[in-house]
Design a protein around this ligand. Sequence first.
Ligand code: GLN
Length: 396
Amino acid sequence: MNKLANRLDHFSDSIIRRMTRIANQYDAVNLSQGFPDFDPPQPLLDALKQVADHGPHQYEITWGSAKFRQLLAQKQEKLMAMAINPNENILVTCGSTEAMMCAVMTVCNPKDKVIIFSPFYENYGADAILSDAEPIYVPLIPPTFEFDKQQLRAAFEQGAKAIIVCNPSNPCGKVFTKEELDYISQLAIEFDTYVITDEVYEHIVYAPYKHLYLANFPGMKERTITCSSLSKTYSITGWRLGYIIADKDIIDGCKKIHDFLTVGAAAPLQQAACAGLALKQDYYDNLTKLYTHKRQLFLSGLDKIGLSYYEPQGAYYVLVDISTLNPFKTDLEFCEWLIKEVGVAAVPGSAFFKDSDPDTTKYRYIRFHFAKKEETLLDALERLSHIKEKLLCQSH
Ligand code: GLN
């Protein structure tokens, strides 16, 4: 048979989503792919029931329903402290996965360079490859996951067309400081580079850290493509509702791509999700409290077990350092063992690094998420409390 497209040679299926399939196979507690095991807020569930009887069940306007865009504009205008016209500045997508792909395809020509901080959410590599763009990786250096200013400048100097900024960051939990965002903004303006943000964890930030929107920095409104989603904010990852906010010219470009990629996000779910967009500030305050509690519970459990990790400032992931524990050649083998023998699923850290990184970097971590009910987290911690004795048996 004739060979399938060459682009398939440059990336694998998602390791994150693959770990969920393996976890299900072995009935492990799934702390790999990040999604809650608790229900969305009641108003969304009530609205979903209403939609079954009253619709809509047919296509919405391809840019997203008017009501959804209206409510989203109202909510984000307050947060982002800028004017957002629902007809000109918003595109509703199938999750932020489509938003990011659409943004990269809108900005990049073949061979254009895209700066990606590493460790990175694995989709970005594929986003660049599927758009025929070339990633330039700039390391975020543990334990604080700060970048080296000279290294970042050097990446811009290579003529980058865009930079992707995931803030708060998946997988390392970094929340970019004002000073860091100022520096990125200055470089983006100096080198005329687009900034594509992934801000899906904008409401999951732990005190004293604060989320700042890059679009809001001086001179950045016209070059920032803000991507986000409702998945994490309303615990509806399966509804696949995301969006892009940007200046009209950019959104017009994104609309063209989106029109032919997916036509539109699910109409009934957009309608039901309006109940979420209409929630008041106390909902977001409570969400922060909920995740602050889960983080504290999970991290103190890891402390008791004696696993070392990097404390997340935002999002709901924690990178655990397995460099002194791992008897296997790779982090993937470690994670497979963890699922089968300990009964807990994590994502191997190498999913978040480029293949050519040294083994000491890319095999050093595993990622857990803690967006689970308290009882699920306690079950996982109980299982993990046997990890060291089981590893001992393994090496004998
Ligand atoms: N953001 C989630 C994670 O990092 C997964 C998202 C997805 O699979 N689309 O685990």
